[in-house]
Design a protein around this ligand. Sequence first.
Ligand SMILES: [Cu+2]
Length: 192
Amino acid sequence: MKKFKSKILLALLVVSMLVFTITSKASFAQTPVYVAQAQIFGPDIAGQLSLSQDTNGTVQVHLALQGDPAVLTPGLHGVHFHEIANCDEGAQPRFSTAGGHFDPGPFGNSTPVEQNHPYHSGDLPNIEIDERGEGRLETITSRVTLYDSPVTLLDGDGSAIIIHQNTDEMIAEGTAAQAGGGRLACGVIEQI
Ligand SMILES: [Cu+2]
């Protein structure tokens, strides 16, 4: 009788494990993942941005940059999402067509950049560039989405990523130079 009971228990265990495996696989398959990318360019600089977001809300940010170390100098460079998907290298100043920092609201203020900085939706940590002019930034942000929402990067006029000449010192109500200064490189963010 004892043996029979343990066999039933074993059978129940196997069945419940099977059910768990099947249902967990099904729920994984149903989880939507949103992805976007940008090809980054600037004088003597190239790079790649990859973004992905699942239903837990955070956006995974993978940024890789390579450039002439005389331009993309070793050290920390400011990185932000900017409010318009327009990277015009010939604009004066360069890449000003991308507008200010992405900051849709409800109390958003992208221009001048000092307002709301470093609390803009589009503000990101600096990227560290090495002696060879190369660097990677791996981070997350919960301030933006890749799906339809009040803070989606893929809004009517799209968004861009900008790499700055200076370090973003993350100073509230500081100067434009303290928020990164000139624009070295830009990439239009596209859904894939
Ligand atoms: Cu910026």
